[in-house]
Design a protein around this ligand. Structure first.
Ligand SMILES: *[C@@H]1O[C@H](CO)[C@@H](O)[C@H](O)[C@H]1NC(C)=O
Ligand SMILES: *[C@@H]1O[C@H](CO)[C@@H](O)[C@H](O)[C@H]1NC(C)=O
Ligand SMILES: *[C@@H]1O[C@H](CO)[C@@H](O)[C@H](O)[C@H]1NC(C)=O
Ligand SMILES: *[C@@H]1O[C@H](CO)[C@@H](O)[C@H](O)[C@H]1NC(C)=O
Ligand SMILES: *[C@@H]1O[C@H](CO)[C@@H](O)[C@H](O)[C@H]1NC(C)=O
Ligand SMILES: *[C@@H]1O[C@H](CO)[C@@H](O)[C@H](O)[C@H]1NC(C)=O
Ligand SMILES: *[C@@H]1O[C@H](CO)[C@@H](O)[C@H](O)[C@H]1NC(C)=O
Ligand SMILES: *[C@@H]1O[C@H](CO)[C@@H](O)[C@H](O)[C@H]1NC(C)=O
Length: 360
């Protein structure tokens, strides 16, 4: 009987010891991984280590407020990176795609160059992506169409080229799509008319051509559609009249339509040959300068240091509490175990035969 009890105690003890050695690493593992990912990101965004010196490779927890611009969620995972206007001159690394709890990425007003990595589409929790006012080149990755939680996509004031991916039409929650002041070419994808939550669509100051898809008037909440300074042509969908002043279409010399002054009324020629590419026409009335940054509405401006302090302390309390309980249990267990061992040995030496029989 005593033997059985001591076996039980021993196994309890073993499992506690196991827990003690396994538990803390499991909890801090995530932080350690995220620190190393953040260090890779830092090396790329800030190659000369001029602006992100607070991101230290020796840190154990990126959520303790020591990492400038990093805020964590209640699970201790990196949720926001806010480094707008920090003077960053590097590139956005694909490793950003490994911070899979990221909900906001604010890198606007820097001098980042290189491309928008397609791995960014791995961030399925991301709702706000602000990469505007940088020096980004290359295409808009079609993979962005997979980011089902995206609400604000700000890519304006860069040097992005290629066409607007039709896949962007899959972004069911998209509220703001700002692509103005890039070098985008091609047609406006009709799929953008599927964006049921869209309120603002800015495509102005690009090199888009072709006609305006009739479907573009569909999004029920649309308030602003800006297509100024492109080379769009053909009939303006009458449905866009409901936007009133929210619809801006100046400097597209080949547009036509009824009720959109000063556009000419469409002729048979406009409908037959809607995609006539042309350089910017003469007699333009320089709109450009006066309406420069139509202030991209920055919805977030989190002052880092405070974002996660509270959840952080409660997390520490829970961990220390658990360690304390385990330690007390272990010590008690050890004590009881050795006491039973001593008792068993005494009894065992007295009844050698019965003990041997019992243990078989
Ligand atoms: C990190 O730790 C190493 C060795 O422990 C030390 O040499 C180095 O200066 C530390 N770096 C920072 C940024 O604190
Ligand atoms: C954040 O907000 C503060 C005050 O509201 C403002 O001074 C600062 O410029 C903002 N930062 C960014 C990058 O928007
Ligand atoms: C995408 O996320 C998964 C986990 O969700 C991760 O294993 C993978 O490395 C990520 N891929 C990239 C390219 O970052
Ligand atoms: C953007 O890049 C070009 C060269 O590619 C450089 O001349 C220019 O200064 C950069 N602009 C900014 C704002 O960094
Ligand atoms: C993401 O998008 C690309 C291109 O649009 C597509 O080929 C791919 O299957 C998508 N991946 C996932 C995981 O949805
Ligand atoms: C906008 O279009 C007008 C007329 O074609 C042109 O004069 C002006 O330079 C354009 N602005 C930009 C920034 O392309
Ligand atoms: C991340 O930023 C968003 C937008 O500012 C904010 O609502 C959210 O609370 C932030 N999350 C954390 C964990 O700081
Ligand atoms: C942090 O938040 C507290 C209130 O929650 C405020 O009193 C304090 O000034 C904040 N500190 C910083 C650095 O923002």
């Amino acid at each position: 009987m005593a033997d059985l009890f001591s076996h039980l105690l021993l196994s309890l003890l073993l499992s506690f010891t196991l827990l003690l050695t396994l538990l803390p690493p499991a909890l801090s593992q995530i932080s350690t991984t995220e620190v190393s990912v953040l260090m890779t990101i830092k090396a790329s965004l800030d190659p000369q280590d001029l602006y992100l010196s607070s991101w230290s490779p020796n840190a154990t927890d990126p959520c303790d407020g020591s990492f400038e611009g990093v805020a964590c969620n209640e699970h201790g995972r990196v949720a926001n990176i806010s480094l707008q206007g920090k003077g960053l001159t590097g590139q956005i690394p694909p490793e950003i795609g490994r911070l899979n709890s990221l909900s906001g990425l604010y890198l606007h007003f820097n001098q980042l160059n290189g491309v928008v990595p397609k791995a960014i589409a791995n961030l399925s929790e991301l709702s706000d992506l602000y990469l505007n006012v940088n020096n980004l080149t290359g295409d808009i990755p079609p993979e962005i169409g997979n980011m089902s939680n995206l609400q604000v996509l700000q890519l304006c004031y860069n040097k992005l080229s290629g066409s607007i991916p039709t896949q962007l039409g899959s972004l069911k929650k998209l509220d703001v799509l700002a692509l103005q002041y890039n070098r985008l070419t091609g047609a406006i994808p009709a799929s953008l008319g599927d964006l049921g939550m869209l309120t603002r669509l800015d495509l102005s100051f690009n090199n888009l051509f072709g006609s305006i898809p009739v479907k573009l008037a569909d999004p029920p909440m649309l308030e602003v559609l800006d297509i100024r300074n492109n080379t769009l042509s053909g009939n303006v969908p009458p449905g866009l009249k409901r936007l009133n002043e929210g619809f801006q279409y100046a400097n597209n010399p080949d547009l036509c339509g009824v009720g959109f002054s000063p556009l000419k009324v469409c002729t048979a020629d406009d409908n037959l040959n809607p995609n006539k590419p042309e350089p910017f026409g003469p007699g333009s009335n320089g709109l450009a300068k006066k309406d420069i940054p139509e202030s991209v509405n920055f919805r977030s401006n989190c002052t880092q240091t405070n974002c996660s302090n509270q959840s952080k302390t409660s997390k520490i309390a829970v961990i220390f509490g658990a360690i304390g309980v385990i330690a007390v249990l272990t010590v008690t267990g050890l004590f009881i175990f050795s006491w039973y061992r001593r008792r068993k040995q005494k009894i065992g030496s007295a009844f050698d035969i019965s003990d041997g029989r019992l243990s078989t």
